[in-house]
Design a protein around this ligand. Structure first.
Ligand SMILES: NC(=O)c1ccc[n+]([C@@H]2O[C@H](COP(=O)([O-])OP(=O)(O)OC[C@H]3O[C@@H](n4cnc5c(N)ncnc54)[C@H](O)[C@@H]3O)[C@@H](O)[C@H]2O)c1
Length: 475
């Protein structure tokens, strides 16, 4: 099929790459000319493991190109995806201006040559499917009013569940595919488009083997409204689950229980599940916060107050402050101290800094008069670019950051940090204090290495035995 994807961010580029890898002919469109130029040169505007490799294979399969011009691509396409950003407004409401512009441009580009499906992949408030249809019609009316009755299209919602850092694996081997539409023809076209994915008939790329358990991808077919709601409900649930782990960890600290042991104990219950139960400095990223805000806003519009979701946001905010509290407990005064932060990205394997806890922690420390040194293996260029006003010192390595620091705070659980020589780090520091904001290190090992260690939900007493920490998931 011919496919256009509007928006070459984390979602759009990955969607385009996967569909083209399945054999479809894809054009990715963005109004950011710089990004398009980079993609044309084969450079990645974002850090996402395996994306560059997949794009290379995709070009040789279905074919993929990048442009700032929507009109030609949209006119030729059978399916047009909208994957533009939907950030929060100050009110918490989703800002739909990018979506609206994209939908109108699609309308303006359409002719009556064929039936087309406009698919909304952006996360949008319930009811936006209808909005897209209205806006596409407006676009047609503005550009060529005489054709309004002749131009045929369907609108679908196909929410995206990929996680940055493992976006390609999540897209090639997803847990499910959600397709929301009101008419059979639209669904039929999407089923055809996704057939290689659903039946897993494509050859797995050499760099990303197909998990043995993945033989068929379940398809959930719903109304537009349900599909839109599924996306919000999934993110809200995950954020609440992490928030729950953090709440329990805070109680654990007070009563002397080990949160990682408690989480291991409840996670084995098949009704609960082990993932997203690692206590830490709170979740971040471009989705959880904005999507909960947007869902709360929609609920309020319908006269409903969701206390649970409001609490999830509050608990998360408080959790981020734990880093500062721990430092105050250890150092008393932060003014004039040097604090080293390990990790800036909101989670490992991405350079995304949107709503990253690190930024809030760094800002607060600077406000309190501390000097802040940071090291992140990937996200430092993005931080320099997007937060030029942040008065922090970028370091070349974790060792460089730790040098002469009064405390070290592990903010992002990059895998390479787990392999650090803790003894070597401790020796470089003015005071060997380690605030392990993601429970990445074994407390006993850290203490033996010379650190005054504190984690989250790990009371400060001699550990009875080593607890296998569970994988962390922040978004
Ligand atoms: N990032 C994630 O992990 C993730 C996961 C699931 C769902 N989502 C949702 O997917 C959507 C996209 O997220 P993202 O992280 O990829 O966003 P992003 O900000 O990384 O990318 C959006 C892109 O759209 C482009 N754009 C905006 N308006 C345009 C227009 N009119 N025409 C062409 N291009 C335009 C921007 O220049 C940008 O490159 C959001 O609604 C988000 O909530 C994101």
């Amino acid at each position: 099929m011919r496919v256009t994807v509007i928006g070459t961010g984390y979602v759009g580029t990955v969607t385009g790459a996967c569909l083209s890898y399945f054999g479809h002919r894809v054009t990715c469109v963005d109004n950011n000319a710089g990004k398009i130029e980079q993609l044309r040169r084969g450079e990645m505007p974002i850090y996402e493991p395996c994306l560059e490799e997949l794009l290379r294979l995709a070009a040789a399969r279905g074919g993929i190109d990048f442009t700032t011009e929507l009109a030609g691509a949209a006119a030729e396409s059978d399916v047009i995806f909208i994957a533009v950003g939907t950030p929060s407004l100050d009110t918490g409401e989703a800002n739909l201006c990018y979506l609206e512009a994209a939908a109108r441009s699609i309308g303006a580009a359409m002719d009556d040559a064929k039936f087309r499906v406009v698919v909304n992949k952006s996360t949008v408030p319930v009811g936006s499917g209808n909005l897209v249809e209205t806006l596409v019609r407006e676009g047609i009316r503005e550009a060529h009013p005489a054709d309004l009755k002749l131009i045929r299209f369907g609108v679908a919602s196909n929410p995206e569940f990929l996680r940055e850092g493992s976006a390609i694996a999540d897209s090639l081997y997803p847990d499910r595919l959600v397709l929301g539409a009101e008419e059979g023809r639209t669904l039929q076209i999407l089923r055809e488009l996704y057939q290689p994915l659903v039946d897993q008939t494509f050859d797995a790329p050499a760099f990303l083997a197909r998990p043995a358990a993945v033989t068929q991808v379940p398809v959930v077919t719903t109304t537009l409204t349900s599909a839109e709601m599924i996306k919000y409900a999934a993110n809200a649930f995950l954020a609440v689950k992490i928030g729950f782990a953090n709440e329990v960890a805070n109680i654990c600290e007070r009563v002397g229980a080990e949160a990682p042991e408690v989480m291991a104990g409840i996670g084995l219950d098949s009704r609960i599940g082990a993932r997203f139960l690692n206590p830490g400095l709170g979740w971040g990223g471009s989705c959880f916060g904005k999507d909960i805000q947007s869902l709360l806003h929609t609920a309020r519009e319908y006269g409903y107050q969701s206390r649970l979701l409001e609490a999830a946001l509050e608990v998360n905010q408080a959790q981020r402050q734990l880093a500062i509290q721990r430092l105050q407990e250890k150092l008393f005064i932060l003014k004039g101290r040097t604090i080293a932060l390990l990790g800036l990205a909101f989670k490992p394997e991405t350079d995304d800094l949107r709503d990253a806890p690190s930024l809030q922690i760094a800002e607060r420390l600077v406000q309190m008069g501390a000097r802040v040194k940071v090291y992140d293996p990937v996200a430092m260029p993005a931080c320099r670019e997007h937060h030029p006003g942040l008065r922090i010192q970028y370091c070349d390595s974790a060792e460089d950051a730790a040098q002469d620091a009064d405390a070290l705070v592990l903010v992002t659980e990059w895998r390479q940090f787990a392999a650090l020589d803790l003894g070597g780090l401790a020796k470089r520091m003015a005071r060997a204090i380690l605030v392990d904001g993601r429970n990445l290190f074994d407390p006993e090992t850290a203490r033996k290495a010379g650190f005054d260690y504190c984690g989250i939900g790990r009371p400060q007493r001699a550990a009875r035995h080593n607890v296998a920490t569970m994988p962390t998931h922040t978004s």
